[in-house]
Design a binder for this molecule. Structure first.
Ligand code: SAM
Ligand code: SF4
Length: 461
């Protein structure tokens, strides 16, 4: 056990906090504090995670919704994963890609195939992808990753292109992270999966990922190498969700204190069935929908400025419910197998719960009051890492995110939407434009919308 891992996660302390219960008055006090948008402590989060009473739970959900809307408004950022390989030298019991699973067809995309997949994603209307790969450094070495990223940024299809490439590949050494940074990536994501050491050991049987300490120190190495934005996550269902949420908050707090900025995003995957995985079929600590909503709400209150990512692992109807509690980014139209967008038959990593295409998701978002966004401006203008957080707190979202969401959404409606989605989307844009109070800003957005009408693209503030 290294000293560093211990200073990130203090299991004893978390175990003590995990069973804390609070009176109704205390819960209300915590919820009122959360409305100040400055976060809540781990202890306070523990009290909220133990709410069982339905009335108090609704109170928690209502508060999360208020906090979410105060900070993010109705904007939802969309992206799509791009799986480039399912080769893996690890043996994570919950995953369809694990080394010992002989039931799946293995595939690593060559550069032409990556371009074909990316083209299909661009033709849907996406501007952001999350590059995903199994952990086999022999297959997914940095020369290959560099070539893939270069090709993806160069790719233009009519007026479409990818403007931000986030990464979820195997953790790297400091040296390799330094090299990765030069590829102009967005956020580097890597999930601890479970922060509980004993569960971690049981679930990660062999391969480099079996080393808990190396995994948990991934973000240290990333920050030491100068990466700006990192994304953390837990795979819910492996152990008690209360432990996981508190441990992840402890990790976020550690990063914030040590490097001046916490994680840029938090992902909240929940175990889904995966071919050849008994654990995925029968999660040892299955998280119910109600518990999942509680997790999202508590995270929203605890780290109000951190992006929360919801994927297509979850069912469409449930995504609607969870969205309002604090999610700020979601994937849509996803495939979780390499080659999946061009209809390949290699195995999915896990079963997807929301099978709708991007157009359908966008139409629903527009009709239910949300503002779909394809914005990538912050990172392209250097508003990243600590700078992003410093701006986010006094109102970055209202000043930049809302107008940029409107502008990028308009591009989508012009270039990719079906007639019905276009109509719903144009009404949505009018509604959100009307909500901009600053007249000068509104005028400037209107002028930019005219330029998009005239065929110009990639206009942002
Ligand atoms: N191989 C890299 C890794 O393990 O970090 C990155 C890619 S992995 C394909 C992305 C994430 O998928 C994992 O971090 C894990 O949380 C999630 N995952 C694995 N098996 C899953 C399952 N059965 N259901 C839902 N998510 C799963
Ligand atoms: Fe490999 Fe990642 Fe799946 Fe583990 S979760 S088996 S490391 S692809």
């Amino acid at each position: 056990m290294t000293t560093n891992a211990n200073s990130i996660i203090n299991e004893e302390k978390i175990n003590e906090l995990m069973d804390l219960n609070a009176s109704k008055e205390k819960i209300n006090e915590i919820l009122n504090k959360a409305l100040l948008l400055k976060g809540i402590s781990m202890e306070e989060a523990a009290f909220l995670l133990n709410i069982e009473d339905d009335q108090l739970l609704n109170q928690l959900f209502k508060t999360a919704k208020t906090v979410k809307e105060k900070i993010y408004g109705k904007r939802i950022v969309l992206f799509s994963p791009l799986y480039i390989s399912n080769y893996c030298t690890n043996n994570c019991l919950y995953c369809g890609f694990r080394l010992v699973n002989k039931d799946i067809k293995r595939r690593k995309l060559n550069i032409d195939e990556v371009v074909e997949e990316a083209s299909a994603i661009i033709k849907m209307g996406h501007k952001r992808v999350l590059l995903v790969a199994g952990e086999d450094m022999g297959q997914i070495n940095l020369d290959y990753v560099e070539e893939v990223i270069k090709k993806l940024y160069e790719l233009k299809i009519n007026k479409g292109e990818l403007r931000r490439i986030n990464i979820n590949i195997a953790p790297l050494s400091v040296e390799d992270f330094k090299r990765l940074k030069t590829f102009n990536i967005g956020t580097f994501q890597s999930f601890q999966e479970t922060y509980h050491r004993e569960t971690y050991k049981k679930m990660h049987v062999s391969g480099l990922k079996a080393n808990y300490d190396y995994r948990i120190e991934t973000m240290d190495r990333a920050f030491q190498a100068g990466l700006d934005d990192v994304g953390v996550g837990v795979l819910y269902g492996l152990t008690d969700y209360r432990f996981e949420v508190l441990a992840m908050l402890s990790h976020a707090d550690y990063l914030d204190k040590k490097y001046g900025t916490g994680p840029h995003t938090i992902s909240i995957p929940r175990l889904e069935p995966a071919k050849g995985s008994e654990v995925a079929e029968n999660p040892p600590h299955a998280v119910t929908d109600k518990e999942f909503k509680k997790i999202v709400a508590v995270l929203r209150l605890a780290v109000p400025y951190t992006g929360l990512i919801l994927t297509t692992r979850e069912r469409a109807d449930f995504r609607r419910e969870v969205l309002e509690l604090g999610v700020s980014q979601m994937s849509a139209g996803s495939r979780t197998n390499p080659g999946g967008y061009c209809e390949d038959d290699s195995a999915e990593q896990f079963e997807v719960g929301d099978h709708r295409g991007l157009d359908e998701v966008i139409k629903e978002l527009s009709e239910t009051g949300y503002l779909p966004s394809f914005c990538t401006s912050c990172y392209r203008l250097g508003r990243v890492g600590k700078d992003f957080m410093d701006l986010a707190k006094p109102g970055l979202i209202q000043k930049f995110c809302q107008p940029n969401a409107i502008l990028t959404f308009k591009e989508f409606l012009e270039d990719y939407a079906s007639p019905e989605t276009r109509q719903a989307g144009m009404e949505c844009i009018q509604k959100h434009l009307a909500e901009i109070n600053d007249e000068k800003l509104k005028q400037s957005v209107n002028k930019k919308l005219d330029r998009i009408n005239d065929g110009e693209r990639d206009i942002y503030i």
